[in-house]
Unconditional design. Structure first.
Length: 288
């Protein structure tokens, strides 16, 4: 078996920043367990598999493909950065001729379209509902100790818990915050939570580039201690911060050590456009 494989850094214009994802092009059907084996071998937060939907399709001319995402531990229903990476590989390396690509996924049909300064993903927008603190206090205390919390929301569609930290904290505090992820799957083992979002309100501007909000994302339940830049988390964050700030267009930064920027636009149809850059850093052949 020989498969074309790439690694692309998503939500960044520079190599070695943003969130790396492996992208595998499937000419033919792959054995089911091989997806997970390859993802485990790549050992990145996500490995994406692009497959033809019809034998007559080709990666240069066709505009509609199947797309699946795997962490080293399991398949996931949605991954924004690996979708962005997949589109970047098709547009920039395979030289796909279309301006918009459609991906058939476990989260429905997703679109990626070319932009002058990046790629725009058309993703679902997921609401987050108020969450009783006492139900999740053990999880929060385990993760961040006595850090002050201002708001807690839960997204049942994505099983993500959104924890807004006090407005007294700034970006530097969020970046330096030591988060204990190792114990979280033992503390929360009901299956309700599969991802933890920490977020704070952004800066109005001044000496540094203005961002509307900052975040970090942790998913030890699916084998990812901290994810560098997370499109799926922003399908929840976009909904929350749009309500809080009264804005439809926002500029976000995820404060991992690699860091990544996202341009967010809420759409009239109830979905969200998330724009980011991507840099393809590796291409080769997987042999097994």
């Amino acid at each position: 078996m020989k498969l074309p494989i790439f690694i692309a850094d998503a939500f960044t214009a520079k190599a070695f920043h943003g969130n790396p994802a492996a992208v595998c092009l499937l000419e033919d059907k792959l054995d089911e367990d091989m997806h997970q084996n390859i993802a485990r071998e790549m050992n990145l937060s996500e490995t994406a598999f692009i497959r033809k939907l019809d034998p007559t399709d080709n990666f240069t001319q066709s505009f509609r493909f199947g797309l699946r995402w795997f962490t080293p531990a399991s398949e996931v229903p949605l991954c924004g950065h690996a979708t962005l990476a997949s589109a970047a590989v098709l547009f920039h390396k395979i030289k796909n001729v279309n301006s918009t690509l459609n991906f058939v996924t476990l989260s429905g049909e997703l679109k990626a379209r070319r932009a002058e300064d990046g790629i725009i993903l058309d993703l679902p927008l997921y609401p987050a509902h108020p969450q009783d603190f006492h139900e999740v206090k053990d999880l929060i205390k385990t993760a961040i100790g006595d850090t002050q919390v201002q708001d807690i929301r839960y997204s049942p569609d994505t099983r993500k818990l959104l924890v807004r930290l006090s407005d007294t904290y700034d970006r530097s505090f969020l970046e330096k915050l030591q988060v204990n992820t190792q114990s979280l799957p033992q503390v929360e083992n009901t299956g309700k939570v599969k991802g933890l979002i920490l977020t704070i309100k952004g800066d109005p501007g001044g000496q540094t580039q203005a961002f509307d909000f900052y975040s970090r994302y942790f998913a030890p339940w699916v084998g990812v201690a901290e994810d560098p830049v997370t499109g799926s988390a922003h399908t929840v964050l976009s909904s929350y911060w749009s309500q809080q700030l009264g804005k439809k267009h926002m500029h976000a930064f995820q404060c991992s050590c690699r860091g990544g920027e996202l341009e967010i636009s809420l759409r009239p149809d109830g979905r969200v456009d998330i724009k980011g850059g991507a840099a393809v850093v590796l291409e080769g052949t997987l042999t097994a």
